[in-house]
Design a protein around this ligand. Structure first.
Ligand SMILES: Cc1cc2nc3c(=O)[nH]c(=O)nc-3n(C[C@H](O)[C@H](O)[C@H](O)COP(=O)(O)OP(=O)(O)OC[C@H]3O[C@@H](n4cnc5c(N)ncnc54)[C@H](O)[C@@H]3O)c2cc1C
Length: 398
């Protein structure tokens, strides 16, 4: 007999959201994450409209705003010919501003909401393997934590364990689509940058951006091909960051370089995207574990919040006695339909082989894919929300 309805591996944007939605609907849920509670993770953390829409309807946006995350009411595009194109964020689908909360904040808000809903949250616990019944169906996880090995049986197991997902590997999740492009990024936090919302710049086969976040800081990034960034970094990461920023966006560069750097530079060497099969007997994937794309379109978190809702809805169907085959097909089908355009557009941008007319066309493509996503989410009814959380079932002996 299963002790949990669902065990979720990974407790950040994808996993904590899925767990919260399931627990709010009355499921008995465990969330296991090998990282520490409230820790940071590599990301420039800009949310798009669909992501803000999800936080808002889950009742979590006020906590993000109350923690000092500034509202972003304009996005400005800077191009190589010196043109700047400001786009005001018009109120729509209940969203009148965008936000870019630091991950240590956003992931904590989500995991706290999961725990408040009754999910059993375990940090600093690593999933080593999957449990399987005699038919090969996945039935929970084997973990290792500070107090030793722990077995968590569950009717359904969710891999929300990121790019290098153990659940995907152990379940043998097939790759449905594989990208070939993976841009590299350098980013850092800077105090005292005058940013009028998100600022994105494209030129010289590279991109840069300024993303206002909490504590009076802006996250500033530069991205280009991995080979080019590797070459520039031979002169040191600081020199590479400054050189690329000046080449892509001279105006932005002076603004950023006049600010006070806060902490070290963070580097990301790039990974090609993929879409994996994300549903099988007893298991499912959500977030980067099942669908990863280059960070240049700043959409991984937004998609993780979207897919958490799609997946939770399908898992609740199964827990309610519905057909697993139909629920899996609904999840895979909707997720693939909503992801295909953005995945392809991101691939094209992450190649950094465009000229100005082409990048402008690619950005219009991204914008249209984002509208489809918002329209889909805005049309959802929302999931059940019980007022009394389920009683946590406790941790099982190894
Ligand atoms: C440089 C960079 C910039 C980015 N910028 C943006 C942006 O501006 N906007 C945006 O929307 N997206 C951005 N992204 C993408 C975004 O960060 C990811 O899409 C997002 O983090 C995916 O969330 P997730 O919950 O699926 O996975 P993750 O955030 O990777 O979380 C997975 C969790 O699983 C845990 N885990 C892994 N394996 C195990 C295991 N075996 N046992 C237990 N726990 C495990 C990990 O500890 C981790 O906490 C960026 C990514 C990068 C790299």
């Amino acid at each position: 007999m299963s002790h949990y309805d669902v065990v979720v591996v990974g407790g950040r944007v994808a996993g904590a959201s899925t767990a919260m939605l399931l627990a709010r609907a009355g499921a008995r849920v465990a969330v296991v994450d090998r990282s520490a509670y409230g820790s940071d993770t590599p990301s420039t953390h800009a949310l798009m409209r669909a992501g803000v829409l999800q936080l808002s309807r889950w009742g979590l946006l006020p906590a993000v705003v109350a923690a000092g995350t500034p509202a972003v009411r304009r996005t400005t595009f800077h191009y190589a010919d010196g043109r700047t194109v400001p786009v005001t964020i018009r109120p729509s689908a209940g969203v009148d501003a965008l936000y870019a909360p630091r991950r240590a904040l956003l992931d904590r808000v989500l995991v706290d909401a999961a725990a408040d809903a009754g999910a059993h949250v375990l940090h600093r616990v690593t999933v080593l393997d999957l449990l399987r019944d005699r038919h090969g169906r996945v039935g929970g996880v084997v973990t290792q934590g500070p107090s030793g090995r722990l077995v968590l049986p569950a009717a359904l197991t969710v891999g929300a364990d990121g790019l290098r997902s153990t659940v995907a590997a152990r379940a043998g999740a097939a790759v449905l689509r594989r990208g070939v492009r993976g841009g590299a990024t350098l980013y850092r936090y800077v105090e005292g940058v005058a940013a009028d919302g998100y600022e994105w710049a494209y030129g010289d086969r590279a991109a840069a951006g300024v993303i206002p976040t909490g504590d009076g800081l802006a996250c500033v990034f530069v991205s280009t091909t991995a080979e080019r960034l590797r070459g520039l970094r031979r002169a040191g990461s600081e020199a590479a960051f400054t050189t690329l920023l000046r080449r892509v966006a001279p105006g932005l560069a002076e603004n950023v370089l006049a600010g006070r750097p806060h902490g070290r530079l963070h580097g990301w060497r790039g990974e090609p995207g993929f879409l994996r099969r994300s549903w099988g007997p007893g298991w499912a994937l959500v977030g980067d574990a099942g669908y990863f794309k280059d960070a240049i379109t700043a959409h991984g978190i937004t998609d993780a919040l979207r897919d958490a809702e799609l997946l939770a809805s399908s898992l609740l169907d199964v827990l309610g006695g519905g057909s697993a085959r139909a629920a899996g097909a609904a999840y895979e089908g909707t997720r693939l339909a909503l992801s295909a355009q953005l995945f392809a557009a991101t691939e094209a941008i992450a190649g950094y082989d465009w000229d100005q007319p082409r990048i402008e066309a690619l950005l219009r493509w991204v914008s249209s894919a984002m509208s489809d996503e918002v329209n889909h989410l805005a049309g959802l009814d929302g999931l059940p929300h019980r007022s009394t959380p389920p009683t946590p079932v406790g941790v099982l002996a190894p």
